[in-house]
Structure formats: C-alpha cells, structure tokens
Design a protein around this ligand. Structure first.
Ligand code: 5AD
Ligand code: SF4
Length: 441
C-alpha cells in the first residue's frame, strides 16, 4: 500500500519552523510521506503561534479552509500543533474538524495519536516536559536552499516577561546536550551547509552541566565556530541580561561568528521595562550596546519593540523613540501590545492604552525605524562585504541574493557564482531593507 501522506503548515517564529522539521522527521520515521500539496494529503498539521492575538486569528482562518478540504475528502485528519494547541487544548477538540491536538513537547507521540485519530478517537497530548529537547532527532530540512539551516539548542523560557505567553505554551527552559548539537552541525557542514543559526527563546542563557561537561553559551558557540572557518554561525534570540562580555570576546575571536546581534529591547523606558519584568534598565541596555560597539565595532544590531504596553504614557513612548535614535538599529520587529490570557500582565496590569493610541505610537516607531535603517544602510555604500549566496533574486534571474555577516540582504549580478559561494561584493546603493552591489572578482 502507498504510504499515507502528511502536509504541514507553520506559523510563528523560527523555532516553530524548526519544530515542524522535527515533526516531519518523526512522521517520516514512522512511515509517512511528506507532501507539499494540501489537496493530496491524508492528514494536515498546522503548527501554530500564540504570541499575539492576530497570530491566533490567522490560524482560526486556516481551520475554516481545512473544514472545506475535509468536506471534499472526508477521511482527512487535521492536527493542531504548537503553542495554540498548548494554550487552547479543549477548544480545538470541541471544534468538530480537529482530530489531534499536540503540544510542543509531545511530538514523539504523533504517530500514536495519528493511529488513535484514524481509529476514530481524538488524539490529544499537551503535556509539557522538563527534559524534552528532541536531541536525537535529525530535522528534515524544509528550507531547501541547502546553505543555511536552523539548529535548536534549547527550548522553553524561564524569564517570565509580563506580556509573554511563551513560558506557558513552551514550558520551562532546558538546554540540549552539546554533543548532539555539534554532531548535527558537523553533519550539516558535510552536506554542504555553510551557515547555521543556533536557536532558542533565550539562546544566550544556554547552559549544560552534566556528564562531567560544563558549558555555557559562549563556550558552546566557540566549539561550533571551530567546526570549520567556512561555516558561518549565527544565533537568536538573545536576552540583554545574558549578553556577557565573555560572549562578545568569543565572537571577536572568530570571524565566522556573524557580526550581528538580535537584542530585543521592547521599550526605552525603565518604568515600562520594570513593569514588563525585563530585568534591565534603559541604562543597562545602552551600556551593553556600548560594549558591543567597543568589542565588535562592525556589528549590526537588531531589536524587537512593543508599542502601547500597559500604562504606557507619552513620556515612556518618547523614551523608546530616543533610545532608537541613540542606538540606530539596523533592523527592528515592531508590534502593538496584545494582551495574552493568563500572562502576568493579563493578571496584574490594565491593558489601558486605547487601540488607536497603540497604532499611532507603533506607526511613529515604524516611521522612525525606516529613517534610521536607511541611514544605517547608507553607511554600507562603498564597503566591501563578503556575501554568502543563498539563491536567485526574486526580481531577476540575472541576479543573486545573499547576506553579509551583518545579516544584510545584498542583491548583485549573477555571473558564474553559485548558491553556497562566498563572494566579495562592493556595495553601491541601498534601500532601507536591501543593499545592491557588484562582485569584485
Ligand atoms: N504583544 C505584542 N508583542 C509581543 N511580543 C511578545 N509578546 C507580545 C505581546 N503580548 C513580541 C516581543 C518579542 C517578540 C517575539 O514578540 O517583542 O520579543
Ligand atoms: Fe509563537 Fe512564541 Fe510559540 Fe514561537 S514560541 S510559535 S513566537 S508563541
């Protein structure tokens, strides 16, 4: 008999993308076949995100589409995975069309739950674990450029930022065995990959202490960097409280550790940061930025910003704008605050900034960022940068795109270069999001 097929759709963060690759590996090992076409699938998995309300709305919308698909193909099974599965459990099972609800720590159980669902029983497992890291599972790479891959090195989060649902959906922080990380990356390099991004909700608090091995994040990063100088190493997401000098000095020692740090600030107001339970002040954040600039002068810095958190005043908002100007972020992900049920903020603080005010502040933040990132990109003009080629430019078959160590996208003429090559490029012009250049050799 033909193997049954599964189709998987992913929403949310890069960790979720990597989790879908783990799910694909588990299902393939159990004898199922991955398909890219929903219409030929025997089961559909949707890997979900709860970070903001609109992320959840999108998933409910997709479930309506799957309902129609089920009408066409009555044997079709639908499974909800990930953060929303964890958060909403029963609500999904009550919704007729969902057959399986599987939380982020229960993916090993999927084949069993599929069998249950095939037998007409609803399959559910949303138990969170203190240990699961899927260390022994080699993810099925779905990104397909064959050059850059994501490697999860820790799961969960203990930070308890007041606004954030992640500690509730993904559970407690735990680090993956360093040997399994290094093995996976060595294999990726041998397969031709030239860039890995070490992933974790709080990646720089990685810590391994057992089997007579003691390793913090800086030490792990060093070992990864030593695998091969031709392998670029990135990491995300870092928390400012764990951005140690040791980590910066390790980066400085290895040119193949990329000169880019994603360091979410969330707000420029110390009062807001305290309410958010971020564990640093505006001054401490700025001091870390100064240290990065001192030890790693050529490093791009990106951030996340939330507009309109509980009780935010115009003064607080202006503090965010002034901090943005002071730092000059190269890239920023900017959001309106969205209250998530059961978080610290939902339980203890009032979501009292009117929606139109949140939108106004967010728009102001975005407008300022566009101006600042254009300025930052203009400084690149005339520079020579090493670009790792990732693929053809979306706009033209005659151009390639890749990234600099600073994580900036560069478009340049194709010539004879191939995906996976390192090319020296001189930057000639830019927009606020992209650099354009010419190869030097
Ligand atoms: N509302 C808006 N943005 C949020 N983020 C996390 N939780 C919320 C929320 N409730 C943002 C933060 C985080 C990024 C991944 O998402 O900026 O760094
Ligand atoms: Fe979304 Fe956060 Fe879950 Fe990632 S960990 S899927 S961003 S809620």
């Amino acid at each position: 008999m033909e193997n049954k097929t599964f189709y998987i759709e992913t929403y949310g963060c890069q960790m979720n993308v990597n989790d879908s690759e783990v799910v694909a590996a588990i299902m393939k090992t159990a004898g199922y076949r991955l398909t890219e076409r929903m219409t030929e699938a025997d089961m559909i998995f949707i890997n979900t995100c709860s970070i903001r309300e609109n992320a959840e709305q999108r998933v409910w919308g997709r479930l309506d589409v799957f309902r129609l698909e089920k009408r066409r193909n009555p044997g079709l099974l639908v499974g909800v995975l990930g953060c929303m599965a964890e958060r909403l459990k029963k609500q999904f099972l009550e919704k007729g069309i969902v057959d399986m609800v599987v939380g982020p720590d229960a993916y090993r159980e999927l084949p069993l739950l599929v069998a249950e669902a095939e037998a007409g029983q609803k399959g559910i497992n949303v138990l969170l674990s203190c240990e699961e890291t899927y260390a022994d599972i080699s993810p099925v790479r779905m990104d397909k450029n064959g050059v850059s891959a994501f490697v999860s090195i820790m799961r969960g989060c203990n930070n308890m930022c007041a606004y954030c649902v992640v500690p509730y959906t993904r559970g407690a922080e735990r680090s993956r065995h360093p040997e399994s990380i290094l093995r996976e990356i060595r294999e990726l390099f041998a397969q031709g990959y030239r860039e890995v991004t070490l992933l974790g909700q709080n990646v720089n608090s990685y810590s391994w202490a057992s089997d007579a091995v003691n390793l913090n994040f800086a030490q792990l990063l060093e070992q990864v960097a030593q695998i091969n100088p031709l392998l670029r190493v990135r990491f995300a997401t870092s928390h400012p409280k764990d951005m140690s000098d040791e980590l910066l000095f390790t980066m400085a020692k290895y040119p193949n550790i990329c000169r880019h740090i994603h360091l979410p600030v969330q707000s420029g107001s110390t009062r807001m940061l305290e309410l958010m339970n971020r564990k640093y002040t505006r001054e401490i954040y700025l001091e870390r930025i100064a240290k990065i600039r001192e030890i790693l002068p050529d490093t791009a810095i990106s951030t996340d910003i939330i507009a309109g958190f509980c009780t935010e005043s115009l003064d607080d908002h202006n503090d965010t704008l002034s901090l943005m100007k002071e730092v000059g972020f190269d890239q920023a992900f900017m959001f309106q605050y969205s209250e998530r049920p059961n978080t610290k903020a939902a339980r203890h603080l009032k979501d009292d900034v009117p929606p139109e005010e949140k939108t106004r502040c967010l728009n102001e933040i975005i407008a300022l960022h566009n101006k600042l990132s254009l300025q930052a990109n203009k400084k690149e003009i005339g520079q020579q940068r090493e670009v790792l080629v990732e693929g053809l430019s979306k706009r033209s078959d005659e151009a390639l795109f890749g990234r600099t160590s600073q994580n900036k996208v560069v478009i340049f003429p194709k010539k004879d270069y191939r995906i996976g090559d390192y090319v020296q490029v001189r930057i000639e012009r830019c927009s606020s999001a992209t650099l354009f250049g010419v190869p030097l050799d």
